[in-house]
Write a protein that binds this ligand. Sequence first.
Ligand code: ADP
Ligand code: ZN
Length: 286
Amino acid sequence: MYFGGIEAGGTKFVCAVSDQQQNIIRKVSIPTTTPEETLTKVYAFFDPYELAAMGIGSFGPIGIDPAKDNYGYILATPKPGWADFDFLGSIKKHYSIPVAWTTDVNAAAYGELKKGAAQGKKSCIYLTVGTGIGGGVVVDQQIFSGIGHPEMGHMHVKRHPDDDFAGSCPYHKDCLEGLAAGPSLEARTGIKGQDLPEDHQIWDLQAYYIGQALMSYVLTLAPEKIVLGGGVMNQEHMLMKIRQSFVDQMAGYMETPAASEYIVRWGLPNESGIIGSLLLAEEASK
Ligand code: ADP
Ligand code: ZN
């Protein structure tokens, strides 16, 4: 008996099969092209296995409310061919097994809570800082959703007085994602994030926005742990700067664990989402 997990991203799909002890026995990365072409490769990967259940953590926004017609669909994405695509329905048509369905960051938050940096906690948030900024929330060991899934990357932040960058979010311009996701680094400096020197002043600005957003998440949800992941968080020095910015902006108002314990990098680097998806598959099989 096997479980299948899909971490469906806008650039690539990571698919994995695990055994009942959650050991990954095979994993593949498939480039995200058209839905038809991508899913044909997904099926070719999983078909040889007798799966008990699958778990999908998908890029979004996605329809997450089982009571709505758009449940299981990818919603308003600029990714060609994927908007209004019935992703979950297609998978379920091919495999008649239980399929857990959530966002990529929710799956990552779940993976981190069960097996990663937030292990032993009841609640956490997971924030990815990459091409976009997105957050997932686990409360009482369950993924949180309401009228939809949280969209924590698009919260509005207080602009830094020295910052005159218009912001790059197509919807809001200067929301958190517009001001501080990976592409903003290049838009501000002309240099890709991975090539920027550690002593560049842009990092202080970025830490100001992310620290501020973390403060708002903590004031709203009071999670037990904050886990940070995504390409930009490969900058190890950023973690210290973000912690300091969080502490400075919180200004002692709310008592939190020491920032060094509270705000941490992912415990399952690059695998939080796929491990979370496999864990959700196991849950769905019960
Ligand atoms: P995605 O969000 O598409 O899944 P990533 O999490 O890898 O992918 O994020 C990609 C973004 O992160 C790009 O904007 C890239 O320039 C930036 N990035 C990747 N590595 C680094 C790094 N080491 N330092 C700073 N920025 C980085
Ligand atoms: Zn936005």
